[in-house]
Design a binder for this molecule. Sequence first.
Ligand SMILES: CC(C)(COP(=O)(O)OP(=O)(O)OC[C@H]1O[C@@H](n2cnc3c(N)ncnc32)[C@H](O)[C@@H]1OP(=O)(O)O)[C@@H](O)C(=O)NCCC(=O)NCCSC(=O)/C=C/c1ccc(O)cc1
Ligand SMILES: O=C(O)CCC(=O)C(=O)O
Ligand SMILES: [Fe+2]
Length: 311
Amino acid sequence: MCMTNIVPQGSIPIIDMSNWEDLKVAKSICDAASEWGFFQIVNHDVPVEVLENIKDATYNFFRLPAEVKNKYSKEHSSSNNVRFGTSFTPQAEKALEWKDYLSLFYVSKEEASALWPSVCREQVLDYMKKSEVVIKQLLQVLMKGLNVNEVDEAKESLLMGSMRTNLNYYPKCPNPELTVGVGRHSDVSTLTILLQDEIGGLFIRGNEGDDWIHVPPIKGSLVINVGDALQIMSNGRYRSVEHRVVANGSKNRISVPIFVNPRPVDMIEPLPELVANSEKPIYKQVLYSDYIKHFFRKAHDGKKTIEFAEL
Ligand SMILES: CC(C)(COP(=O)(O)OP(=O)(O)OC[C@H]1O[C@@H](n2cnc3c(N)ncnc32)[C@H](O)[C@@H]1OP(=O)(O)O)[C@@H](O)C(=O)NCCC(=O)NCCSC(=O)/C=C/c1ccc(O)cc1
Ligand SMILES: O=C(O)CCC(=O)C(=O)O
Ligand SMILES: [Fe+2]
């Protein structure tokens, strides 16, 4: 089915999650994930206060003096699970991205208490916890769309066994046309749940392949996108779509993605339920941590990362 017939070019689907189990809603989620790779959800169960609090916490972190933030840099951080950085892979990029970020890989509450910056720790934990409900709803629906009717513990772990939250800060840029906020890339996740503020600037690759479609900020909504891990596990039925963020000449912008991932030790491959029906696998089995390392080894370069898993 072709979503372009329903949704005018220039906007990604907006899905009301209040009746998420309704067959029509479920179908619109699965269609969005295969046709667009991106959609926005409204009336999800993540309370607005939680979203407001995480935005405030993000600003509070980036307002800290440079020497405090630098305690979490790659050079100084006491753990790889907490990292403050600027740009994506600075040693591999020709032009740096106009972005600072704090990346927090969740291991346990205890570790978060010990290692995460106190200005944002509780807010990030709360945002992750409260997002779990909608993450599970989306994964259940998406699996049903592949005729995988039971998401048992093993499958749940494969789909969402690890999570990372990034706080992104894009300072206003004197020459926005000379740089980017984030270069063209697809996410390595299963799903990404993204909170953006009211500024705008996120663009996704359109169906036709040569157009960029803006993701308009909608108050209280969350942007959902399919990542490479789900493209691989769904044998290409759900698509991870290239996206980028432009630099802004007049305003600071923040966004807060939760990357929902397999665990680094998991092997990922097209789900056995899919290839059992004489469907040909188009991806091979890869160790997820190898896939992540491949992603971080080079500068952002569109959809190229997934070639690593192609047969
Ligand atoms: C098993 C890993 C993947 C590799 O471990 P390792 O072999 O001991 O090596 P390192 O941890 O030292 O990482 C290898 C390289 O990848 C880099 N890297 C490894 N994760 C990271 C990291 N999230 N950040 C930024 N450098 C990293 C890391 O900086 C390092 O670069 P370099 O020291 O220059 O070789 C380990 O890092 C690990 O268990 N990580 C937790 C799982 C994890 O990070 N999953 C990724 C989820 S999705 C995600 O993070 C998306 C991020 C993203 C970010 C920006 C975007 O624009 C778009 C997307
Ligand atoms: O800031 C945004 O809107 C998107 C950021 C993004 O694509 C990422 O962090 O992977
Ligand atoms: Fe992304």
